[in-house]
Design a protein around this ligand. Structure first.
Ligand code: DGI
Ligand code: FE
Ligand code: FE
Length: 195
């Protein structure tokens, strides 16, 4: 691992609890494997994977405070579920505290929780790696989704979005409009018929 990644790794370890750090390493390595498979930049994928949850272990109040400090908009759903803020706040911290200059990495961190329509290959890789890393609890259809990740990245993305929305509906959690928008976009793009 190069020096820059090594330095970021040391810093983020001190910002996360043990379980989150383990998850982070899982995402970093799976992101690099997906980059190899789909012809993306490996170092970019590793950096984005390493930093994607850098704001995760900040308290809800802390997240809101920092978003205000950095002039990041907080939507109604985000106020109700401050955990959602770790994506946009993480993107901002990556630039400010980890000195990431690469806008593609920053965008992949920002979109890793809800996704967005027309994601770049790097964004898809981080979104998927976050879901399938080996330490992740077993979610429905996980075996199939893990195979798809290396065979058909858009189909994989769609399956994750569909299962995530189903999970949020079942738990009666409020849906971030962007999660729905992303699902609708890829459903249309892939010509899916189901409701
Ligand atoms: O940070 P991780 O746990 O690794 O994964 P993540 O960034 O995908 O966050 C997962 C959490 O985000 C999970 O508890 C579900 C939640 N989430 C994702 N989309 C939505 C959402 N929560 C709400 N309320 N609404 C959403 O649309
Ligand atoms: Fe996350
Ligand atoms: Fe994560």
């Amino acid at each position: 691992m190069n020096h820059r990644l090594q330095k970021m790794r040391k810093k983020i370890k001190s910002e996360l609890d043990k379980a989150r750090y383990e998850h982070t390493l899982g995402v970093m390595y799976i992101a690099s494997a997906l980059a190899m498979c789909h012809g993306a930049d490996i170092e970019q994928a590793m950096s984005a994977g390493l930093l994607h949850d850098c704001a995760k272990c900040i308290s809800s109040e802390g997240k809101i405070k920092l978003c205000n400090k950095y002039h990041l908009n907080i939507s109604e759903v985000e106020y109700a579920n401050p955990s959602l803020l770790h994506a946009k706040l993480g993107a901002s911290l990556a630039a400010r505290k980890y000195k990431v200059k690469d806008r593609e990495i920053i965008r992949a961190i920002a979109s890793h929780t809800t996704g967005r329509p027309q994601m770049s290959l790097l964004e898809k890789i981080i979104y998927i790696a976050d879901y399938i890393e080996p330490g992740r609890e077993e979610l429905p259809n996980m075996a199939e989704v893990r195979v798809l990740a290396f065979q058909n990245i858009d189909e994989c993305l769609y399956r994750i979005l569909k299962d995530s929305l189903l999970y949020l509906h079942t738990r009666e959690l409020p849906i971030d409009p962007m999660t729905q928008k992303t699902y609708d976009y890829y459903k249309e793009k892939l010509g899916k018929q189901e409701e």
